[in-house]
Design a protein around this ligand. Structure first.
Ligand SMILES: [Zn+2]
Length: 273
């Protein structure tokens, strides 16, 4: 479910000892939607493929199908699926899927499948890490409380701000403590983007909770952002208070949040990611 078409075509090619580019050429050459060729090649009903890969349904799927696709990930972020789930489904170990911000841990295998995972070697077990699994439950509860859109916007901002703090070496001890523990337990993953992302995740969720809350949203509006920053300092950054005009949280409070704009990729996201 939610596999990218690129990944699916790669698997068809591998299973038939064909070049992926060969199949892609045929798909590009023919004018009909890809789903019909894929359906013939794999002897699978088009509707089943459209349900598995919503992007094949196009922008005007039938109303009945559209209803079934409600809540599925849009074509925005993709990541390798949990490799144990992929193996269990007989799909090999590497399957690329579209995902959403809260799908960071496989509920079956407790593997980290969130930010920073570029390949299956980056997936590691967080089963013994309540510091990470509890924020994940908090994350899902936030969605129940505030709605998916509100939490997504908050998460994108909180994630970008925390990475900025991390990269400016102004970050706080909780994330460093989790990172050191993870790196000691998983020496092969040490220094990977996935391990750093997992260590930052609890802080990201704390800030997401503050940003997504309508109560704190009212408080953070000018002229009282200081009260909001006090809370962040007490609950999220171990006493360190975001300061200076160039601080990413302050910048974001004054620009994007105040104007109701979603987080700007160019302003906040580090370029390397
Ligand atoms: Zn799994």
């Amino acid at each position: 479910m939610d596999e990218t078409t690129r990944s699916y075509i790669r698997r068809i090619s591998a299973a038939n000892v064909l070049r992926q580019s060969g199949l892609l050429k045929i798909l590009w050459r023919e004018r009909r939607p890809w789903v019909y060729n894929l359906s013939e090649w794999t002897e699978t009903e088009p509707e089943i493929l459209m349900l598995a890969m919503p992007q094949l349904a196009g922008i005007h799927p039938e109303p009945e199908l559209r209803q079934k696709l409600t809540g599925r990930p849009v074509r925005k972020i993709h990541t390798p699926a949990c490799h144990r789930c992929a193996l269990a489904h007989g799909a090999g170990s590497y399957v690329e899927i579209y995902t959403t911000h809260e799908r960071v841990i496989c509920p079956k295998h407790s593997l980290w499948i969130g930010e920073g995972v570029a390949g299956i070697a980056d997936q590691f077990s967080v089963r013994d890490w309540p510091q990470i699994t509890m924020p994940w439950h908090h994350h899902k509860n936030l969605i129940t409380r505030h709605g998916h859109r509100q939490v997504r916007v908050g998460f994108e901002a909180a994630d970008a701000i925390n990475w900025r703090w991390h990269e400016q070496f102004l970050h706080f001890s909780a994330a460093a403590g989790i990172y050191d523990g993870l790196a000691a337990a998983l020496p092969r993953q040490a220094n990977t983007q996935a391990l750093v992302a997992a260590a930052l995740y609890p802080s990201v969720i704390m800030l997401t909770a503050a940003i997504a809350s309508p109560f704190w949203r009212r408080i953070a509006y000018p002229p009282h952002p200081e009260v909001f920053l006090e809370r962040v300092s007490h609950e999220i950054t171990d006493g360190w208070k975001p300061q200076g005009a160039s601080d990413p949280l302050r910048q974001w409070l004054e620009t994007s949040w105040a104007s109701g704009q979603p987080v700007s990729d160019t302003k906040l996201r580090p370029r390397s990611r």
